[in-house]
Design a protein around this ligand. Structure first.
Ligand code: DNO
Length: 398
């Protein structure tokens, strides 16, 4: 597998020089400064490529292998507003990426909220910090901070009761921190929205069923995938994180069955998956080996991360804490073994994309990370540890 590292661009506290020292050979990046829905120009892509591949004019040995993400706008997800214009921009960005030699493009189809956590620095026993999703905190946010209309009907009386008590225990600063963590705290997500932005965006999805959202996704792919195929681009959908509905919004990429439906609906080698074990693994019964056995030929990008279900659950919604990469609810060794077997199958059938890019997804904040300014979930030492452990497993299994 190609070992890659997510770099947020020039504003990232970790430099390209430092990334070289992790042993990664590829970069995952995005033009976060371009507003969602606008075109990524060839010049802007080349500028980023230069920063990655030849910082200060000297080759770094790293290449920009994966775009994460070319974001799909709320206009396209909800099909309200200037859909044609946003599709045209998306396609133009794909053309421009292909012109620059970038052929793997990740996106997601989560309405309104991208990945979501309630605690960005949960203290672990050894002194490091992890990210955590506490369902009770989330319910407290939804019902009593965002005060979404009808929210209380989405939860069981038991969890509502606990959330009510949690909310009254929080002081103003605690409520503000919870709200910030959920709405605006995470890199690569949500364009720093305010609570009011969330409310306004929710309105576009009022009453939307999962069937409609899925059909919007399939409409999007029916437009984009034929072009991607022509350009030699592989688009790969990131799963819902966490893999269940939030804020009364449908989520339609939460399980292996969801992926099978959408990948089948627009059947093309260009229409693929980003397998994120940390996102899908929160669901009880998710089996990464079965996912790879069924859909491995369409897995274009992999996030290796582990979680442990933790705290309260409500039906199929679970709290969880981000775990060490090799220890948690996901069997990482079996996952890697299955991915290496998929690579072998690709080699045997002469596929040129037999080397699947992977990145150590997230990491605990450890040692000097704790004093630093890296983005939540994306510390240097924690990810370095994750990559080193995963690399060991890859070598051991190959
Ligand atoms: C979190 C990430 C997500 C991911 C997007 C993909 O760490 O995995 O932000 O980049 O959902 O579109």
């Amino acid at each position: 597998m190609k070992q890659t590292w997510r770099w947020f661009g020039p504003s990232d506290a970790i430099s390209i020089g430092e990334i070289r020292q992790t042993g990664a050979t590829g970069i995952v990046s995005a033009l976060h400064h371009v507003p969602t829905g606008e075109v990524w120009s060839v010049d802007a892509i080349k500028e980023r490529q230069q920063l990655i591949e030849r910082p200060q004019g000297v080759p770094s040995g790293l290449t920009w292998d994966v775009v994460e993400s070319l974001p799909v706008s709320e206009v396209l997800k909800s099909q309200t507003g200037p859909v044609g214009q946003h599709l045209a921009s998306y396609k133009e960005s794909l053309r421009n990426l292909a012109k620059c030699g970038i052929h793997t493009v990740c996106y997601n189809f989560m309405p309104v909220l991208d990945w979501t956590r309630t605690d960005l620095s949960y203290p672990l026993q050894h002194g490091g910090h992890a990210m955590r999703f506490d369902l009770v905190d989330f319910v407290a946010f939804d019902c009593f901070i965002l005060s979404r209309r009808g929210a209380e009907q989405d939860y069981s009386p038991e969890i509502l009761e606990t959330a009510k008590a949690r909310f009254s225990d929080l002081n103003d600063a605690g409520r503000q921190a919870l709200s910030n963590n959920i709405v605006a705290g995470l890199p690569g997500a949500n364009d720093n929205w305010s609570l009011e932005d969330v409310r306004q965006n929710l309105a576009a999805y009022e009453g939307m069923t999962p069937e409609t959202l899925r059909s919007n996704l399939i409409d999007f792919l029916s437009e984009v995938v034929p072009l991607a195929e022509e350009l030699g681009i592989r688009v790969c959908c990131h799963p819902d994180d966490p893999p269940f509905p939030l804020l009364g919004l449908p989520r339609v990429m939460s399980s292996q069955a969801n992926y099978a439906t959408v990948l089948d609906a627009v059947d093309s080698p260009a229409n693929g998956a980003t397998l994120c074990t940390g996102s899908l693994g929160v669901a009880i019964g998710f089996d990464p080996v079965s996912f790879i056995t069924q859909l491995g030929h369409k897995v274009h990008f992999v996030h290796l991360r582990n979680t442990v279900r933790d705290g309260s659950s409500d039906g199929n919604r679970h709290g969880f804490v981000e775990a060490e990469h090799l220890v948690g609810d996901t069997d990482m060794v079996a996952t890697i073994r299955a991915l290496l077997a998929e690579e072998q199958r690709r080699r045997e059938t002469g596929r040129t994309d037999h080397e699947i890019p992977m990145r150590p997804d997230h990491g605990h904040a450890l040692l000097s990370d704790l004093a630093g300014t890296t983005q939540p979930g994306y510390p240097l030492i924690g990810r370095l540890r994750g990559l080193a452990e995963l690399r060991g497993v890859m070598l051991g299994c190959s």
